[in-house]
Design a protein around this ligand. Structure first.
Ligand code: HEM
Length: 146
């Protein structure tokens, strides 16, 4: 029962995190680039942040908990079989997400202007690709497509 509840919460977090990034990358970002207007991104960011950050925390907590049910934490980076590879990949993607988010928040967003807008755009595209990779890795864990 615990695993089922954790997976349900994990799916809710995935919907908010991946959904929010798809809206950002496919709708808000093109508008900001077209109009060369960083304010479009800032105002979305301020509103989405309230759901986006809790959803990422939820993903990390539920994901690590689920992973520890399947594989002992001491073996998380052993890449020795399918389950270990999936968990190792998820942890690499999570680290990349955190690095990109901290870099954007500390070095780009505080000085955001029309000149460095393309750098934030690159971050958004990379974060969205990684979010989709996280989703596919999770889906593939059980579905065994690859
Ligand atoms: C934004 C980040 C993440 C997204 C979008 C995401 C998405 C998903 C999705 C859609 C599933 C499929 C659930 C199912 O139907 O079984 C899943 C499963 C899984 N995720 Fe994540 N995940 C994220 C982060 C993490 C993290 C940080 C970990 C920690 C290692 C993790 C570990 C797992 C595991 C072990 C499963 C397999 C659960 C099962 O099938 O029993 N995830 N994830």
């Amino acid at each position: 029962m615990l695993l089922k509840i954790l997976i349900l919460l994990h799916l809710v977090g995935a919907a908010v995190w991946v959904g929010g990034h798809l809206v950002l990358a496919l709708s808000v970002l093109p508008k900001a680039l077209r109009e060369k207007n960083p304010e479009v991104l800032k105002s979305f960011e301020e509103r989405y942040e309230k759901a986006g950050i809790p959803s990422l925390v939820l993903q990390a907590v539920t994901g690590l908990w689920i992973a520890s049910i399947y594989v002992s934490p001491a073996e998380w980076f052993s890449f020795s079989d399918r389950a270990h590879i999936h968990i190792g990949l998820k942890l690499i993607f999570l680290s990349a997400t955190l690095l990109l988010a901290v870099h954007a928040r500390l070095f780009i967003i505080p000085v955001l202007n029309t000149k460095n807008l393309p750098w934030l755009a690159l971050h958004i595209v990379m974060m969205t690709i990684i979010a989709l990779a996280m989703l596919f890795t999770g889906f593939n864990f059980r579905m065994e497509v690859l």
